[in-house]
Ligand binder design. Structure first.
Ligand code: NAD
Length: 488
């Protein structure tokens, strides 16, 4: 059962930070335990760093950016290095995935997908590095005006624990493609795959100081990074609460930031939907990664004429879900930590809405692991706490609606706006509803599009701002300088 965890072919120096191309211990001498959600045991340690460690990383990144080797590479050469890194990640999908599953608890198949996606980001942005250009602006006679695209400088990247490797690709690859250097503060709850990817970057020849990693606590290292005056741009993925702090810190230093925050994403099912296609997708959009996905489809809005029929099918599927050891057969593994398990369970216990169905925790789930059985609540009051707040666990709310106008009002009726799906065969309705929804991505008769590296992603309001993924991310990770040349 546990052999899938034991085939790692590499050793990450621990508990070290990666600063200026070298593995260095934290100056604090302190460590944090790395606990596997599978059984609650400690199996590794990471550095419990502080602001002084961060100082060295920022200095290294500044040096590499200003007059170091990174600045001397052409965009093509940067892109080649990134594609080399993508290739190395692809060569190591299996051991990286095993490490991720042990560290994060996600089913091994999902972990493999995450590694392929991480590689895809470096491949996509590596290929784009020399294809994203400035412009020439037609102006008055005698003037030559160029709009030059430049890197920000040193980008601070702060990441959560739910898709650690994918998120490195999503935030760091476009930053590097545009010529920035990076200081990464990964999540203290899951960061080993990230440390390995950084190690691979050094191995394939990234110059020292280009990609630095400092591990530690959010309120220490994360805070210091967000407030550091040597950081020129911040890419933050995480909770809205911390996102607010990041935005304040960025404002105080007059730098920009992207905030990729939470969601309470609606899936709208109209009476003409192809239910055979919709039902499995509706379920998977919630239970993937044990509900710990920012874009989880955690509210299913169902037209009243088909409500009973859809609920019956969702119920059958939920009751068949066995949560257990995250091996080849697993659909759902544990949640990330004891704290997260407690958070999700208290949302479930406190919910004042009817329960439709619960999954079960299988006998394969090891003692001490952080397993939570999935639950469907419904019919939910759209304004109830469980239907409004992000649980970040396997909790689905179903809500009936009468007509299109009510469906749109409920869908837009939370503080969040990350993604949404619309299930209908009516082409005009597809367009009307997609236009009316307040969010960053709308999927019509599908959900998530397998991660879609090419597809711009981001939220509105409490889901954040700025866009990552796709070519548009290259705008975020660069800035424009207008050069006006008068030649008479
Ligand atoms: P979190 O906000 O608690 O932590 C995210 C990161 O911020 C971690 O590295 C943490 O150490 C750091 N941090 C904590 N306090 C900090 C502070 N005071 N200053 C600076 N950094 C600090 O979030 P989490 O629990 O790791 O992740 C869950 C949240 O992330 C959910 O809300 C989820 O929706 C969101 N999320 C969003 C996306 C997206 O793309 N929109 C993707 C994944 C997760």
């Amino acid at each position: 059962m546990s052999e899938i965890m034991m085939q790692s072919t590499f050793v990450i120096p621990q508990p070290f930070n990666l600063i200026n191309g070298e593995w260095v211990p934290s100056r604090t001498g302190r460590v944090l335990p790395v606990i596997s959600p599978i059984d609650g045991t400690t199996f590794a340690e990471i550095a419990d760093s502080d602001a002084a460690d961060l100082e060295s990383a920022v200095a290294a990144a500044r040096q590499a950016f200003a007059d170091g080797p990174w600045a001397k590479l052409t965009a093509t050469e940067r892109g080649r290095l990134m594609i080399r890194l993508a290739t190395r990640i692809l060569e190591e999908v299996e051991p990286l995935a095993q490490l991720e599953t042990k560290d994060n608890g996600k089913p091994i198949k999902q972990a493999r997908t995450d590694m392929v996606m991480a590689a895809r980001y470096f491949e996509f942005y590596g290929g784009a590095a020399d294809k994203f250009h400035g412009e020439v602006i037609p102006f008055l006679n005698g003037y030559d005006v160029g709009m030059h695209r430049e890197p920000h400088g040193v980008v601070g990247v702060i990441l959560p624990w739910n898709y650690p490797a994918q998120q490195i690709g999503r935030s760091i690859a476009p930053a590097l493609a545009m010529g920035n250097t990076v200081v990464l503060k990964p999540s203290e709850d899951a960061c080993l795959s990230g440390l390995r990817i950084a190690q691979l970057a050094v191995e394939v020849g990234f110059p020292a100081g280009v990609f630095n990693v400092v591990t530690g606590r959010g309120d220490v290292v994360g805070k210091a990074l967000s407030e550091h005056r040597g950081i020129d741009f911040i890419s933050f993925t995480g909770s809205p609460e911390v996102g607010t702090l990041i935005q304040i810190a960025a404002a105080k230093n007059y730098v920009g930031c992207t905030l990729e925050l939470g969601g309470k994403s609606p899936q709208l099912v109209f009476e003409d939907a192809d239910l055979a296609a919709a039902i499995p997708v509706l379920v998977n959009a919630l239970i993937q990664n044990a509900g710990q996905t920012c874009s989880a489809g955690s509210r299913v809005l169902i037209q009243r004429s088909i409500y009973d029929q859809v609920v019956e099918q969702l119920k059958t599927r939920f009751e068949a879900i066995d949560v257990g050891f995250p091996d080849e057969a697993a659909i759902m593994g544990p949640v990330i930590s004891a704290k997260q398990k407690q958070r999700v369970e208290s949302y479930i216990a406190d919910a004042d809405q009817p329960v439709i169905a619960r999954g079960r925790i299988s006998a394969s789930a090891p003692e001490g692991g952080f397993y939570v059985a999935p639950v469907i609540f419904g019919p939910c009051d759209p304004d109830s706490k469980i239907a409004q707040e992000e649980v970040f666990g396997p909790v689905l709310c179903v809500i009936p609606f009468e007509d299109e106008a009510e469906a749109i009002a409920i869908a837009n009726g939370t503080d969040y706006g990350l993604v949404a799906s619309i299930w209908t065969r009516d082409g005009a309705r597809q367009k009307r509803v997609a236009k009316a929804l307040h969010c960053g991505q709308v999927f019509v008769n599908n959900y998530g599009a397998a991660g879609g590296v090419e597809l711009p992603f981001g939220g509105v309001r409490k889901s954040g701002h700025g866009r990552e993924k796709g070519f548009i991310a290259l705008h975020e990770f660069s800035r424009i300088k207008t050069v006006v040349n008068y030649y008479g």
